[in-house]
Design a protein around this ligand. Structure first.
Ligand code: SF4
Length: 318
């Protein structure tokens, strides 16, 4: 997901539980996976009409709610009305166990040409996805029955597992782009801000592999965290073979109906920048602008397109 950009509350539509199933739809249903608790719902819908920041897409597709990656800055926590869930963001994930059944009910071809963004309020490659294959079952259905224009947004190398299905979607007339979020070159910074996410190195390797398999690929530096060696990091990004990049800063403004960077990340930023909370925006902006200028000049040198920014950067690629 784009992360930390300001989103309106009505952007994604909240999933409501649907009717109870008499039989569980998944055979394997652990109630904990790694550090996160796992629960299961039968959802009323699997596709949500996109609006707001994502309004150039037709639908968002979220196989889960919650996210066990638990990034300190994640705006998605904001969309929970349940305060205890908001406060324990990162410690739970809810599986939409009827996701594949809902997709199978759709008329064949009804998603032809539809721009779908997976996912806007979770990561479609949750750690538990490696066992449950909910995302894989959705991709399988999209490959068999539709020709979607699909963008997959993730921080997980598990996306490489589904390269075969990305190709099948394309062979059957659809289009796929995989966006891999990589926010820093510094492991200790990653550990502080994204403690449960895979390492930047693993994410770089994964997107290199996806790109080498000739699936359209993009790296999203969203939000840009603190960097230890800008030039070296940019060269590592370029070495992946990816040609498309999106960069975004933290967004510090938030309000009653606008999601912004979580307090947890702001406290970390104050600590890392050695300043009080009020001084963060100006100190951070200097770092962001300096990195962006370096990125632009290195990209020009390598004949790469200028990195996209903000909503324009996230517009559908096809
Ligand atoms: S990976 Fe999960 S916690 Fe991190 S920004 Fe995306 S949805 Fe939020």
């Amino acid at each position: 997901m784009p992360t930390t950009t300001q989103f309106q509350l009505n952007l994604f539509g909240q999933d409501e539980p649907g009717p109870n199933q008499s039989e569980p739809l998944l055979n394997f249903r652990p109630d904990r996976f790694g550090p996160a608790t796992v629960d299961y719902i039968s959802s009323r819908q699997i596709l949500t009409k996109a609006s707001g920041f994502m309004n150039e897409y037709d639908f968002t597709l979220n196989p889960f709610s919650g996210c066990s990656f638990g990034c300190s800055y994640c705006y998605a926590a904001f969309f929970n009305y349940d305060v205890s869930k908001k406060n324990s963001w990162g410690e739970w994930v809810t599986v939409k166990e009827n996701a594949a059944a809902l997709m199978q009910k759709m008329r064949k071809g009804s998603l032809n040409g539809k721009r779908i963004y997976m996912s806007s309020v979770t990561d479609p490659y949750q750690p538990i996805e490696s066992k449950l294959e909910v995302t894989r079952s959705l991709l399988n259905d999209l490959a068999q029955n539709h020709k979607p224009k699909l963008v997959i947004q993730t921080r997980s190398p598990t996306a490489t597992r589904d390269i075969d299905l990305f190709h099948r979607i394309e062979e059957n007339g659809g289009q796929v782009q995989v966006n891999m979020t990589i926010t820093t070159d510094d492991d200790s910074i990653k550990k502080s801000f994204e403690p449960s996410c895979p390492s930047s190195t693993k994410r770089l390797e994964a997107i290199s592999q996806i790109c080498a398999s000739e699936i359209k690929s993009c790296i999203t530096l969203t939000p840009l965290l603190l960097i230890s060696n800008g030039r070296q990091f940019i060269n590592r990004l370029i070495d992946t073979g990816v040609r498309q990049f999106i960069i975004q800063p933290f967004h510090f403004r938030k309000g009653k109906f606008v999601a912004g960077t979580r307090d947890q990340a702001l406290n970390l930023l104050a600590e890392k920048l050695n300043c009080d909370r009020k001084s963060i925006p100006s100190k951070y902006d200097e770092i962001y602008q300096e990195f962006l200028q370096l990125m632009k000049s290195e990209f020009k040198h390598h004949d790469l397109p200028t990195p996209g920014e903000g909503k324009h950067g996230f517009k559908p690629p096809f």
